[in-house]
Ligand binder design. Structure first.
Ligand SMILES: C[S@@+](CC[C@H](N)C(=O)[O-])C[C@H]1O[C@@H](n2cnc3c(N)ncnc32)[C@H](O)[C@@H]1O
Length: 206
């Protein structure tokens, strides 16, 4: 008989695994992948992995993702979980000669970089560690730099943060201008405009 005074540890663990799975699938879909199968057989680097939900769920399916983050706590936790988790900034990727078929970044830099120059720095770094023919997928949504580091007035910046159609279009346009200033072949893939913020991701090929 179960002792009701003790926490139900097994269920808590199952719940945690379920949450990781859900978050991982959200990340995967927001970057335009329909299933984990699309990651199979690829050498993958994730920039700004945080809690590494994607890598943990992928590992269960036999897919290895090299994780990285600037946050030391996430790094230590990731290593303890048995992941290949590295501690560095995405602006300065340490890969010791490795190169990747796929570099991913979800909700991290370049999306959250405030300056255009930082976005470009990150794109350069990602391209440097990509294999020829490899790709960098990042998202979701527009770049924060489209609002924070632009030639817009304060009034315009505030108006472009809204969820109106015009504001969404403007953020998409400025984001692409920033990205294309480094590589005019970067592609924006729109998933939905019905959401509060545009749901989209970007692809840069080497
Ligand atoms: C919103 S979280 C996203 C985490 C994860 N990719 C996800 O989708 O759940 C942003 C992550 O980016 C990391 N980050 C911020 N600046 C970074 C930098 N310069 N280099 C690498 N990671 C960075 C943060 O520490 C944080 O873990």
């Amino acid at each position: 008989m179960q002792n009701k005074n003790l926490p139900n540890i097994k269920n808590k663990k199952d719940e945690d695994i379920e949450k990781i799975e859900k978050r991982a699938i959200l990340i995967l879909n927001s970057l335009g992948f329909k299933s984990f199968d699309e990651l199979k057989g690829k050498q993958i680097l994730d920039i700004g992995s945080g809690m590494a939900d994607l890598a943990l769920a992928a590992k269960k399916r036999g897919i290895d993702i090299v994780c990285s983050d600037i946050n030391n706590e996430y790094f230590q936790k990731g290593v303890k979980s048995g992941l290949d988790y590295r501690w560095f900034s995405g602006y300065n990727i340490h890969t010791e000669g490795e190169s990747f078929d796929l570099v991913l970044s979800s909700g991290s830099i370049p999306m959250i970089s405030w300056k255009r120059s930082q976005v470009v720095e990150l794109l350069k770094e990602a391209k440097r560690v990509l294999k020829k023919g490899g790709e960098f997928r990042f998202g979701p949504g527009c770049l924060i730099a489209a609002i924070t580091d632009s030639n817009l007035s304060i009034k315009e910046r505030i108006s472009y943060m809204r969820s109106t159609k015009e504001a969404k279009e403007k953020r998409r346009k400025i984001s692409l201008e920033i990205l294309w200033s480094y590589d005019p072949n970067i592609v924006e893939t729109l998933i939905s405009l019905r959401t509060k913020y545009p749901t989209l991701y970007y692809t840069m090929k080497k």
